[in-house]
Design a binder for this molecule. Structure first.
Ligand SMILES: Nc1ncnc2c1ncn2[C@@H]1O[C@H](COP(=O)(O)OP(=O)(O)O)[C@@H](O)[C@H]1O
Ligand SMILES: [Mg+2]
Length: 283
């Protein structure tokens, strides 16, 4: 394995004491984690963070809270406030609100009555660029993502792969740096899995602060793609009794483990897969 040097810079996502209850039932609780901008000397590098956990452990609930779609019962989700000036090398933080963070749901929902081009232009509505600049940016992205030939199509006429790329681009253009994708690989054939992986890698390499957060049931895929993995599950008490609200059980920092950014998926990766599987099975 190659060893890479990197530094952890400004905080890009801070979740403090987060809990969410629905109709009086606590779904997730005591969620605490911090993610920082990872800086590598030799290249532009964003962040890819995966959440794993058995069904019903609260991944989707957590994701709705991370994007501001769900108000937390306790705690908060903080992101850098890019509108404010940096002071002492730190970007002031703000509480996440709806629209700050792009959200791609499992169905890759698109506007039915907008063409690919119209959807992407609409996604840039909060941008301060001129209309001509926005159009140019959209056309450039369509070209980079191999979507030029379907730019005037409506979603029903798109293939699965074109649909995913459009949905991801839409969130990339609307939110800027953060993107949360709930089970983006579920139900895809091998070709489309590759196309979403490539989209992730493109997003990751195109800006230092780009941060992709996704959930999946495919542990190997998470270990292959992510540089940070959290396992969400029910905790066990001293007597071994399983709790009923999801919380973070383990964090695998693949950067410090030397597993991130490797060309090959080797035995060390498989050992990590095994540790994650054991954590999940016990939760
Ligand atoms: N709006 C809601 N009202 C009540 N219960 C909910 C609501 N949303 C999710 N739940 C429950 O919360 C738990 C976690 O669900 P979810 O976040 O979808 O988990 P996951 O994405 O990990 O499968 C499940 O038991 C689900 O039934
Ligand atoms: Mg879910």
């Amino acid at each position: 394995m190659t060893s890479f040097t990197y530094e952890q810079k400004q905080t890009i996502l801070q979740v403090e004491n987060l809990s969410v209850a629905c109709n009086g039932k606590i779904i997730i609780q005591d969620i605490n984690f911090t993610e920082r901008d990872t800086v590598r000397p030799d290249r532009q590098q964003g962040q890819i963070i995966a959440f794993l956990g058995r069904s019903g452990r609260g991944k989707s609930t957590l994701f709705r809270a991370l994007t501001g779609l769900e108000s937390p019962t306790t705690g908060q989700v903080l992101i850098p406030d890019l509108a404010k000036e940096v002071t002492n090398g730190n970007q002031p933080a703000k509480k996440v609100t709806e629209g700050d963070v792009g959200f791609v749901d499992q169905k890759y929902t698109l506007f039915r009555h907008k063409t690919v081009f119209q959807s992407l232009l609409f996604a840039m509505r909060r941008s301060t660029l001129s209309l001509a600049e926005k159009k140019e940016k959209v056309l450039q992205h369509l070209s980079d993502w191999g979507l030029t030939q379907v730019k005037d199509q409506y979603p029903v006429f798109l293939s699965g792969g074109q649909r995913q790329r459009t949905a991801i681009l839409e969130q990339l253009l609307s939110s800027g740096y953060y993107m949360v994708l709930d089970e983006p690989f579920s139900g895809l054939d091998v070709g489309n899995i590759e196309s979403v992986k490539r989209a992730f890698q493109w997003v990751n390499a195109s800006h230092e602060l780009h941060t992709i957060i996704f959930s999946t049931h495919d542990i190997e895929l998470a270990v292959e793609l992510a540089d940070s993995i959290y396992v969400l599950g029910y905790p066990k008490d001293e007597k071994g009794k399983l709790g009923t609200a999801g919380t973070l059980l383990k964090h695998f920092d693949l950067k410090s483990m030397g597993l991130a950014w490797q060309e090959d998926f080797g035995n060390h990766h498989l050992e990590c897969v095994k540790m994650i599987r054991e954590t999940m099975l016990a939760s």
